[in-house]
Design a protein around this ligand. Structure first.
Ligand code: UDP
Length: 242
């Protein structure tokens, strides 16, 4: 395994920092302890959350790689960092919904918890000024962010990921309610699953108690930070039981 040298800070987002390395086609992704919600309006530090999310996301990406999904993930470097293929992130969030919750419930005025049977895909335009609006395929193509062909490729990939992860989590008594994915293009213009998959980006409900096991606890008022941390720990513990 070649030696990786961390070089310059390339980008800093709400919860991660990306560094260049001595290899121009690889980056180091560092998970911070920040936790944010409501488009960054609510923001706190949750000590060691970055360590948990790095580990949780590593387990999930390793599993997806082993199932033949092309991802940016190469390997975990240390407790906060992963070595990943460098990609240009496509500024779209692809949300997959199995059960009605969150913004879909509010937008359509339907109660949380309805089983969708046929998963619903949504795309949000990553644009802080516009507050990440929900858009459709035609808007994304009009904005020259992506082609119809690439959209179809990504819909195929997220459908496969949903199929794989629903079963993966159900085996650990976790219902995968919904989740957000991001994709990027590598130097060969191939589309790779990127970013992270963690309790920050998914809704998880306990199969038996239906208790929320994700960032929704942080979105709620009156929840102590410790309670949020314990839930992330609980997810990691369940993923580590095979
Ligand atoms: N999500 C995310 N980042 C975002 C917005 C949403 O990871 O910037 C995830 C969220 O955790 C949930 C899914 O995408 O698992 C759907 O979120 P929703 O549209 O319901 O929005 P929210 O409730 O976050 O406002």
């Amino acid at each position: 395994m070649s030696c990786i040298i961390k070089k310059n800070l390339l980008l800093e987002g709400k919860t991660k920092k990306i560094y260049t390395t001595n290899n121009p086609i690889e980056v180091l992704i560092h998970h911070k302890d920040d936790i944010t919600a409501l488009n960054g309006l609510k923001k706190k530090l949750l000590q060691d959350k970055g360590i948990l999310n790095n580990e949780i996301s590593t387990l999930i990406f390793k599993f997806l790689n082993s199932c033949g999904i092309k991802t940016h993930f190469i390997r975990k470097k240390n407790n906060r960092e992963q070595l990943c293929h460098k990609v240009d992130i496509i500024p779209l969030e692809f949300v997959v919904r199995n059960i009605v919750s969150g913004s879909m419930s509010k937008r359509l005025g339907v109660r949380e918890g309805i089983d969708l049977y046929n998963p619903i895909f949504e795309i949000f335009y990553k644009n802080d000024q516009l507050k990440d609006p929900l858009i459709n395929d035609h808007h994304a193509v009009f904005l020259k962010i992506i082609s119809y062909e690439e959209l179809n490729t990504i819909y195929g990939i997220i459908s496969k990921i949903n199929h794989i992860l629903k079963k993966y989590f159900l085996d650990k008594n976790i219902i995968l309610v919904d989740f957000k994915t991001e994709f990027g293009r590598n130097h060969k213009n191939e589309i790779l699953l990127s970013d992270e998959i963690s309790p920050d980006t998914c809704r998880f409900w306990d199969k038996i108690t239906m208790k929320k096991l994700d960032k929704d606890l942080f979105r709620m008022e009156k929840k102590e930070k410790e309670e949020v941390f314990d839930i992330y720990m609980e997810i990691l513990k369940r993923l580590n039981v095979s």
